[in-house]
Design a protein around this ligand. Structure first.
Ligand code: HEC
Length: 273
């Protein structure tokens, strides 16, 4: 989100993993815009002068905005759970039963927000810039980059499925264009990974621009031997029911865009629609 290395000083600090430097640049920029200081002082009484402003105030303010603005807790599924039995249609009810039963989705997508917060290897086609160079090329090693444990290779956190129909493309690298593809991948990662058209996603090597590096045989073999998905067989009708259930996880009462997007911001930068 800081941008690509070389495009600005924050991205450069982030690329060197120098978080403190990146944070300091952000704080300095923000505190030198008067409009922001008065807003921070309003919500954080401890921020009396510019020098009191820290990255924690900015991070908490952003977290609060996300928490209030993008919380999805009033879906047909919630209403159904609260006793409004007509909130789910026939198909969504069938899908819910599959989700929490035969399809084994709730093995990982569990709890109120359909996530156990844990990490799994789903053998998702590893395209995109990733985070660091892996052994086989440039694939993203996922959780391993944090824990340094090889057993965490290619693992990513189970995401919430709240509002999931609104947040495509799907997968941590946005590789799936439809929910059907996501489900097909969960049901048969071998087929999905082997049939994936990697040629349409070329990598550029930093050191050798124009040259693409990716040892797919290595990736496929290593991903598929250790993936965590249970074996499940579903017919097309059942897949449609599951998708109908995913629709039922959409919040019916989102905050209006006018509330979420200000007309202007203190920096004077343009605010896009
Ligand atoms: C072994 C644990 C596990 C099981 C079982 C599982 N999932 Fe997932 N699911 C995940 C993880 C982990 C991801 C994120 C993968 C990634 O992006 O690398 C994910 C991603 C998804 C996504 C994409 C979300 C997004 O925002 O991109 C959907 C939709 C989804 N799962 C639905 C299902 C359904 C439906 C089932 C049952 C058929 C299911 N999952 C079973 C772990 C699981």
């Amino acid at each position: 989100m800081a941008g690509q290395k070389g495009s600005n000083e924050i991205a450069d600090a982030a690329a060197k993993d120098d978080k403190v430097k990146a944070w300091n640049i952000v704080v300095n920029r923000v505190k030198n815009i008067d409009g922001y200081m008065s807003l921070f002082q309003e919500v954080y009484p401890s921020v009396k002068s510019k020098n009191d402003l820290g990255i924690q105030h900015i991070a908490n303010a952003l977290a609060h905005y996300e928490d209030k603005g993008y919380r999805a807790v009033d879906s047909p599924y919630d209403r159904y759970k609260e006793g409004e039995l007509t909130a789910l249609n026939f198909e969504a009810k069938k899908g819910m039963k599959l989700f929490y039963g035969k399809a084994k989705c709730s093995q990982c997508h569990t709890g109120k927000f359909q996530t156990d917060g844990k990490f799994y290897n789903l053998a998702i086609p590893p395209v995109g810039p990733g985070k660091e160079k892996g052994l086989g090329g440039k694939e993203d090693f996922g959780r391993e980059l944090v824990t340094k444990k090889i057993s965490d290779r290619y693992k990513f956190r189970t995401p919430t499925l709240r509002n999931v129909v609104l947040t495509g493309p799907w997968g941590h690298n946005g590789i799936f264009q439809t929910l059907e593809e996501v489900i097909d991948h969960h049901l048969n990662p071998e087929e999905s990974l082997f049939n994936f058209n990697f040629n349409s996603f070329l990598y550029l090597d930093d050191e050798d621009p124009g040259h693409t590096v990716f040892d797919m045989t290595f990736v496929k073999e290593n991903m598929l031997t250790s993936h965590d998905l249970p074996r499940v067989d579903l017919n097309n009708q059942e897949k449609e029911y599951l998708i109908e259930f995913l629709y039922a996880l959409t919040d019916l009462n989102p905050l209006p865009r006018e509330v979420l997007i200000p007309e202007s911001v203190p920096s004077g930068l343009p605010v896009k629609d």
